[in-house]
Design a protein around this ligand. Sequence first.
Ligand SMILES: C[S@@+](CC[C@H](N)C(=O)[O-])C[C@H]1O[C@@H](n2cnc3c(N)ncnc32)[C@H](O)[C@@H]1O
Length: 259
Amino acid sequence: MSGYALDNSWEHANRRLALLEQMLDPMTERRIKMLGVGQGARCLEVAAGSGSIAKWLCEQVGQTGSVMATDINTTLLDEIRLPNLEVQQHDIVKSELPASAFDFVHARWILHHLREPERAIRRMVDALRPSGWLLLEEVDFFPVHASSSDVIREFMVALVNTVVKASGRDCFWARILPETVAAMGLAQVGGEGEFPVIQGGSPAAEFFELTAVQMRDQLLATSALPLSRLDQALQLLKSPDLWAFGGGNIAVWGQRSAT
Ligand SMILES: C[S@@+](CC[C@H](N)C(=O)[O-])C[C@H]1O[C@@H](n2cnc3c(N)ncnc32)[C@H](O)[C@@H]1O
């Protein structure tokens, strides 16, 4: 699994990814509309997870368009039946993509897990047709340092560092996404960012709780977070009195030249 720590075959993976989608989809959909992706477009959704954006894209592009959704583990995509959707098992680290094939290529919350994100971005750029758009959305956890709760700060940093450990990175990579995309020779490169303010008991809080449950053994093995502190954080994440900052979502887009 290329060192990816949060296997989609886990029994609660669908719920966990649905919570992520709930948190991020409105912003992703707004950006895709802004880029003008519509009827007839051929789209590629890389590392599609449980597929909410792939499904939404199928509606946007209609019967004259198409969507290819790839993931290293397609367990959660295989049940989706839509006439203009094709699901393919694909490892963005190891395998090429169809060249110059898509009007729109999107990937969200995958590059920070990879040892060589630049290589994956190059693959996605090469998959664009002339005038096609790339949209990448990645998380940088800098806002967690500003959370008022020591317990949550410590928990978040330990958790996300454990998740991305296999990639040899930390959870503060996405800040270089704009210059990384700009170096790929695309035109009209632009970007924006936002971060969620998380209340205990909310869907966003449950996402981080479930991530910690899935990563529990590895997290405790790092000794970055003692068990008592983990339990305290999990309690806080259920409490409506908690207000904390989640990871910063950095979005960057760019267009392949017309020739
Ligand atoms: C954090 S989830 C994000 C899912 C989806 N992009 C979203 O934002 O809702 C990361 C996804 O990347 C997939 N993944 C991990 N390593 C991958 C790789 N090397 N190639 C393709 N997909 C990969 C995982 O299986 C998982 O579905």
